[in-house]
Design a protein around this ligand. Structure first.
Ligand code: F0G
Length: 433
């Protein structure tokens, strides 16, 4: 299958070889995407083949990314693939969360079930495969924590060196702990995510290190399979809405690309509406979507949110994300720290749980139904991007009434579940029961 890198800018669309080390178009500076010419599979036959692969013991088939390898055909062979059995994440009904969100029903596609606990693993297995194919020995990323955890695991499993750059003091300990344990050289930089991305890009180019941020088009290819697996699990019934949190906007780009390709290749007849939800203190994409003309994203200089995964003020993939949201007939929402905290506790009480950024989805759904944008009977899938245990400090503070927003305001613990301190006395404990 001839694969190319193609400039995303409609006025440029220049093609480059997939074996060139490029992150932006050398002609116009636009974002790049993988494109495929002569894609010639029978969708119905593939749907059956993908089902059949679920009972296979072959590592490629057991991966919830490489099982769907026909929709990400950028490799010539699979010699460079390292799989930790990523993907394979469940689609879970959350009736109580649906009621809270103003919906009759709501399903969660829980990417926190991935090997390193976030959706980044879907993309990272592809990014690292591409790094190996190119003969790279070192890979780097800046991260709010999940990309770095994932890259550390996949690079170490592949026997290449992970170099991680994170904003000092601004990522959760769960994520930092993962990077250290998976053996990454970890630099805590005294700057924010957007500043560090510029720094790492310059370093990577100068030192011949392969960059694995979501600007890397091969990571986007892997994240497409979140959508493919979800539709496979729904027997190809297309929901009305897919809701996801927005940070650097790589995932929004991946979901939109997946849906467009699946439609053009004949797997689905319609495209669901994408609803991207940002935290109020880090909502440049929301502001762009509201602006007349939607010309240029205005970066937020000092993004602030306790949902540190999406604490990003200058998202690189905004041009792609804007096109995808617009083409899907979707929308962009923003939610407060209080909204996120409460929605997160509600998702937890469903027995599901997630990290703060993921809970922006349910908080967003609640606002969209209240505004009449999302109908109560809509068929909605919310994507939970990270595992509950990524940020236990936030959880303990919320449930014990000690969670403060970045501006210092105390967050109301409306769904608090306080631990109860008791003496070692069966009588007194029985009285409490
Ligand atoms: N949810 C979680 C849990 C994340 O870690 C991220 C991004 C997002 C949502 C937003 O996804 O950037 O594709 O819009 N985390 C990145 C990181 C930035 O470095 O781990 P996006």
């Amino acid at each position: 299958m001839p694969a190319q890198l193609t400039c995303f800018e409609p006025t440029c669309r220049t093609h480059f070889s997939v074996t060139e080390v490029l992150y932006n178009c050398p002609k116009c500076g636009g974002l790049l995407e993988a494109t495929y010419s002569g894609w010639e599979f029978d969708p119905e036959a593939l749907k059956s083949l993908w089902r059949a692969r679920r009972v296979s013991n072959a590592p490629l088939d057991q991966s919830g990314v490489w099982r769907y390898r026909e929709v990400i055909p950028f490799l010539e062979n699979f010699d460079s693939v390292v799989s930790l059995r990523e993907g394979n994440t469940p689609l879970l009904p959350g009736p109580a969360a649906a009621r809270y969100g103003g919906l009759d029903r709501l399903e969660f596609k829980h990417q926190g079930f991935n090997p390193t606990g976030s959706f980044k693993d879907n993309g990272m297995t592809c990014g690292v495969a591409q790094a190996l194919r190119l003969g790279m020995r070192r890979v780097a990323c800046v991260s709010t924590g999940n990309t770095s955890a994932s890259m550390a695991a996949y690079a170490s499993a592949a026997g290449i060196e992970p170099l991680i750059f994170i904003p000092h003091g601004n990522i959760s300990y769960g994520k930092l702990a993962q990077a250290l344990e998976y053996g990454a050289r970890t630099f805590q930089v005294e700057a924010n995510f957007d500043q560090i991305l510029a720094l790492v890009r310059a370093l990577a180019e100068g030192l011949g290190i392969y960059l694995l941020n979501s600007i890397n088009p091969f990571r986007i290819e892997g994240q497409k399979t979140i959508i493919v697996e979800m539709l496979d699990q729904r027997s190809w019934s297309v929901p009305d809405w897919i809701v996801l949190p927005g940070g650097n906007l790589g995932n929004t780009s991946a979901f939109g690309k997946a849906l467009r390709e699946l439609k053009s290749w004949g797997f689905i007849q319609k495209i669901p509406r994408l609803a991207v939800i940002q935290a109020e203190g880090a909502a440049p994409f929301y502001e762009l979507f509201q602006a007349s003309g939607r010309q240029r994203l205005q970066p937020v200089g000092h993004p602030e949110t306790l949902a540190t995964a999406i604490k990003i003020g200058d998202p690189v993939s905004w041009p792609k994300a804007l096109k995808e949201v617009e083409e899907s007939g979707g929308t962009v929402g923003k939610v407060s720290e209080q909204d996120i905290a409460d929605a997160k506790a509600v998702i937890g009480k469903c027995g599901i749980g997630c990290e703060p950024a993921s809970a922006a989805t349910l908080a967003g759904v609640r606002k969209l139904t209240a505004a009449g944008i999302m109908r109560p009977d809509a068929d909605v899938v919310a994507v939970l991007t990270g595992n509950l245990l990524k940020d236990p400090d936030y959880i303990y503070r919320y449930h014990t009434g000690q969670l403060d927003a970045p501006d210092g305001a105390r967050i109301q613990s409306n769904f608090a579940n306080r631990p109860i301190v008791v003496p070692n006395d069966p009588g007194k404990i029985a009285a409490l029961l």
